[in-house]
Design a protein around this ligand. Sequence first.
Ligand SMILES: O=P(O)(O)OC[C@H]1O[C@H](O)[C@H](O)[C@@H](O)[C@@H]1O
Length: 618
Amino acid sequence: MAAISGKTAQNVFIAQCCQPNRKMNSLYQRGNYVPILRNTLPLQGRKLAWTGKRAMQLHTLATYQRDPVNRASVHCYATSSSSAVPTFEKIDFHKLQNGSDIRGVSVAGVEGEPVNLTEPVAEAIGAAFAAWLVNKKKEDGSRCLRVSIGHDSRISAQRLQDAVSQGLARAGLDVIHYGLASTPAMFNSTVSQEAQHFCPVDGSIMITASHLPYNRNGFKFFTNAGGLGKADIKDILARAADIYDKFSVESLKVSEDSASSTVKKVDYMAVYTSDLVSAVRRAAGGIEKPLEGFHIVVDAGNGAGGFFAGKVLEPLGAVTAGSQFLEPDGMFPNHIPNPEDKEAMKAITQAVHKNKADLGIIFDTDVDRSAAVDSGGRELNRNRLIALMAAIVLEEHPGTTIVTDSVTSDGLTTFIEKKLGGKHHRFKRGYKNVIDEAIRLNSVGEESHLAIETSGHGALKENHWLDDGAYLMVKLLNKLATARAKGLSRGSKVLTDLVEGLEEPAVAVELRLKIDQNHTDLKGGSFRDYGEAVLKHLENVASMDPKLQKAPVNYEGVRISGNGGWFLLRLSLHDPVLPLNIEAPSQDDALKLGLAVQAAVKEFSALDTSALDKFVQP
Ligand SMILES: O=P(O)(O)OC[C@H]1O[C@H](O)[C@H](O)[C@@H](O)[C@@H]1O
């Protein structure tokens, strides 16, 4: 691991000397919003990582706290696109929760999508996370807690970073900026022992909205125990709402004896990427350039994953010419950075063909999801990626349990259990759900080393259960490198061979049926209750059809086998939607399954079945 370089050390901006954060409890927690940045001038002899303008802005904000009326002008300084939004607009913080993430609209201009993730909201969230973290760590105030912040390529990233930092810093926590970073790198900083890079940090925040459009953004939070869960996010948003309310109604005053904090900037991606490089070298028996002779193209979709070509593959000796969309561009001008997206997969497949590459690698915006394409243009995503990862992990840990999401195929179960000798535990949708389930299984004595979703999220026990798209690709690179080291170099065939025998359906579709939340058929109830009623009814109807069999073990929704295939209708994790997955050996069989669902749900008038109706049309 590279020690902190002189350059990095210089590249640390100290906004204020760290003092104990014992004032924390008496600040936000008590409900008094008291600024704590008394003096934001950089230490002499240090190089400024932020511009003088920013330092000034921090300073201005501290002063500004005395005058709540002027506050908006300070909060809007870093924005070019949300300044039209009234700063203290009423915000429903509850609506910002998206499962175990926070997501909102941060850029104005899209019709019907008002901005609800403004800088003051982000600042309140930063302060709330600080309070949550202090409580979680049971700190007595004898040391400053440290929080790292990174972001993807979104156009609102910088101003949300500045705002959330304000919230943390004013709560007395030290803030470390990583700049453009990946979600897994942020989690990694909570477990890394790189003291010279201020690791391990106590908490970490990634500013991202994954593959969502340019106008959205959000936050993911980590501690060394992993990503925060739904209940934690609910707690943080409740605290944030409280803090935000006080922004506008309380008189704010500067407290000269308030605690202070530091804001630093380090190049943590250098640490994270050198870990990935070391992992491949180790797997290849210590060879410096184990990928020499391989041509691998990367498609980062203009998200944060461009580093993988220059900082991981090239040091390992691979040629990366023909890699595309590596430059961060938050307008995502080429395709959605999403390995589940057909256009995105088409783009990386074309790049593999055009460059006659051995392998193509594609990431989502914040690099917690990935997929690959072999030299023949075969997509290694969804069930195939799971099969491939299962094959690799089961070679290392024979018999282990592979935890997956609920929409995985029957063919995958057969492959894992009959061909690989492992156990397939098909659980629920949601990366956090599958990871938590794998951790739970281990805790009750069932060994599991891999938790992975068809979406391209995946985590390994050997990698701290870190949800890391880049690490999944490292496992594939290890396979290429070891094959080459043994003189078996055959391009990506070593990977393609591993998924040999995976049965695949001729038809695989996902149709998303929306629930109209304002429909009278809901009778004032929630869309979740309504969705549950639809599911219950479908289950009853299916149980009366001798040609349909209910899956013996199922953890979410209704999964039914029939016509040589299966369907699963379930509630979306986040939206008023019932996603319907159908897989079948022929179009005709898929239609029959679709018709069975259509007949069962037709009396639910608040359910928009148009996608299904279209699918089953003769
Ligand atoms: O339930 P859905 O709406 O299909 O969404 C499910 C997906 O939601 C998010 O994107 C999570 O990051 C994924 O892990 C999950 O698979």
